[in-house]
Design a protein around this ligand. Structure first.
Ligand SMILES: *Cc1c(COP(=O)(O)O)cnc(C)c1O
Length: 352
């Protein structure tokens, strides 16, 4: 049965099931106890991602949220602050963890329409060394952000600025390989891993999710210097993220790095197909996707029909989310036929 004959799940790229080959890699993985640092599959994954992104060391963590938390708490202490975007996951979508667990204050900034944080605003937000202020320690960027690629020249300029002001630089690269895929296409380059490394090298630390577009069931990695990762390792322990026979999961992540990076372009092409399919429907405003996420706004009279549309699609086995805007995410478990089914269902809805 083709995947699209059952449910077309466009809610998120986190919904993918491990493929049969990935499951085989998991079953074959040699295991140890990672709290003793003796799980060969975890060690191999950490080595692989650190080398791939050009860093000294890496830490395998259960989630991207924990990875960002370990990063912020390793860069910052009590009473420090990090500059971050209003829409950034590690500010808006992680329950305020850095403030709750680390007494680290966020300094959120508004994004420009391309997802960037304007350099002048970053500079203006850096506090002088004065008892009135929290100590500004860190700039945290996210790429991709809401499916948008931060232009590479911007990433360089923002991280150079931060460095010149003595700040650490963290990238929430949950979808770094989607960013690298889009950046490679822009630059007419074909080595996605090299592109990911180029982006990552602008930062002191980078978090990458294996459980998004890469299609692993669980897991993220944090990369940085050996000393930084040693601090993060202690925080991971405090956060309850020291896992035992975690090689089962690391093997899936490792398999994803070997086999699912170069296919991300397929997801991006499907997002384009979806966006094009929705063009011209009265009441829909489709934001042209740069990667694997399509945002759609309902406008005019259609605005009030958001939940009705989602329920209608749901009844046909087509799943999407609409917390702020309608969102459709393509991934490993969606194919062209599934995308076409979604387009046809949405078209039919707006004819009715
Ligand atoms: C999903 C996501 C995370 C967090 O990952 P979880 O594994 O769900 O905790 C962090 N940052 C971004 C940008 C994400 O999309």
């Amino acid at each position: 049965m083709a995947i699209s004959e059952s449910v077309v799940d466009l809610r998120s790229d986190t919904v993918t099931q491990p493929t049969p080959a990935m499951r085989e890699a998991m079953m074959a993985a040699p295991l140890g106890d990672d709290v003793f640092a003796t799980d060969p599959s975890v060690n191999a994954l950490q080595e692989k991602i650190a080398v791939m992104l050009g860093f000294e060391a890496a830490l395998f963590v259960p989630t991207g949220t924990q990875s960002n938390l370990c990063a912020i708490l390793s860069h910052c202490g009590r009473g420090d602050e990090y500059i971050v975007g209003q829409q950034a996951h590690c500010y808006r979508w992680e329950g305020g963890g850095a403030a709750v667990f680390g007494s680290v204050q966020p300094q959120p900034l508004d994004h420009a329409s391309d997802g960037t944080l304007p350099l002048a605003q970053i500079e203006a937000a850096i506090k002088p060394d004065d008892a009135h202020f929290a100590r500004t320690r860190l700039l945290a960027l996210e790429n991709t952000l809401g499916g948008k690629l931060l232009p590479f020249e911007y990433v360089q300029a923002a991280t150079d600025l931060a460095k010149s002001k003595g700040l650490q630089r963290h990238l929430d690269g949950a979808r770094l390989f989607n960013a690298a895929t889009a950046q490679a296409a822009l630059n007419k380059r074909s080595d996605i891993r090299a592109e990911a490394r180029r982006i990552a090298q602008c930062f002191d630390s980078v978090s990458v999710c294996f459980s998004k577009g890469l299609g692993a069931p669980v897991g993220s990695a944090l990369v940085g210097s050996r000393e930084f990762i040693a601090r993060a390792h202690r925080i991971r322990k405090m956060a309850g993220g020291g896992m035992r026979q975690a090689g089962l999961l690391a093997a899936a992540a490792s398999y994803a790095l070997d086999h699912h990076v170069d296919r991300l372009a397929d997801d991006h092409a499907l997002a384009q197909r979806l966006a094009h399919g929705l063009e011209g429907i009265e009441g829909l405003k489709v934001e042209a996707p740069q990667t694997n996420i399509v945002f759609v706004d309902l406008v005019g009279a259609a605005q009030a029909r958001s939940s009705e549309l989602l329920a209608n699609l749901n009844a046909q086995g087509i799943l999407a989310t609409g917390l702020y805007r309608l969102r459709f995410v393509t991934h490993l478990d969606v194919d062209a036929a599934g995308v076409d089914r979604a387009v046809a269902a949405i078209r039919a809805f707006f004819k009715s």
